[in-house]
Design a protein around this ligand. Sequence first.
Ligand SMILES: Nc1ncnc2c1ncn2[C@@H]1O[C@H](COP(=O)(O)OP(=O)(O)OP(=O)(O)O)[C@@H](O)[C@H]1O
Ligand SMILES: [Mg+2]
Length: 361
Amino acid sequence: MTFYHQIWAQMPISAVIIDSQSIIIDVNASAEAFLNISRKVAVGQILWQWLSGENALHRSVDQFFTKRVPIKITEVLAHGRQTAESACTVHICELKIGLQSEPDDVALLLFIPMETTTGGMRGSDASSAAAYSAIGMSETLMHEIKNPLAGITGAAQFLSMSLTAEEKVMTDLIVLESKRIVTLLNQVEQFGDVTPPNSTRVNIHDVLDRSARSAAMANLSSVEIIKDYDPSLPEVWGDYDQLVQVFLNLIKNACEASDKKVKIIIKTFYDPNLKLPLSDLSGPKLPLHIQIIDHGLGIPKKIVQHIFDPFVSNKKNGKGLGLALVSKIVTQHKAHIGVASKPGFTEFRVSLPISPKPKRN
Ligand SMILES: Nc1ncnc2c1ncn2[C@@H]1O[C@H](COP(=O)(O)OP(=O)(O)OP(=O)(O)O)[C@@H](O)[C@H]1O
Ligand SMILES: [Mg+2]
């Protein structure tokens, strides 16, 4: 067995080699388990008889053979015959193996389960529906609660004028708590605002700098923010103020994720190959990526599937509205947000569209 054969056999990542007709040329041991098929049987068979997955996977393989560019798709669901479905990152790339057939007609597919790479990436798309259904409810609540609250506050203030200092403590409490509820309702109101983004060309690094400044100021413990920006990044297409809301909430959460000294990394990069399985491949491209990384406690397992839903929080004074608002804004921008978290590492990644070229007169 050659050195390369040994690596191929022992690689803990499922690897499949196919030709342009999707005929399997080889599979490694990990792929045998993933597809639930022995190498002997697999070779010569059509991959799709043994592999089921989202349409994006088929389209990406077709696209690879048409365009001959490496493709990476994240969060794609795939499984073999009678095996459990899992979310994977799939890399499709060219492989020169010196076969008699055209070497360009051969593709290497790598299936990397998300939970072993980054702790499980999850997009916000599913929860945006939940977010929207909460909007109607919150608007009704707003009306029903805000008006009587103004009356209660006014009445308490009027009463306090004829009370002793000792008794005033009670009316002050009524006023204070009412104000707290109004603040909460205002936040919910902002969440229910469905005005579409007023998109313009935006320098994302300006947005990130502003968000980082505000988040760091609001956080009492000391925060070290490491900016790993790609200065050549083109402008994004989005609503400046809404994007500040997005990153302010993400950076605030990162600050709150640790009670020790906090170190947060904000990284920007360009990756045109990153395809989103949930969006149509012919849909808008999202090549600009922003990562917010912290090394705090990680997202508690029991809420990780619901963090983009409104009112989900594990914080003492948390309202659980930050990420719901983020999800809503990202959805309205036709952008994408993914999260990966395990104890000691949490990454939120926002992928945005590039701004269109200005029209020349
Ligand atoms: N970087 C992170 N690390 C660990 N957990 C996080 C992180 N970001 C979000 N979470 C988890 O997701 C939950 C929801 O976050 P979200 O921002 O929606 O609400 P919140 O921060 O609790 O309250 P609010 O933002 O409304 O004040 C948080 O309570 C926390 O448990
Ligand atoms: Mg928050």
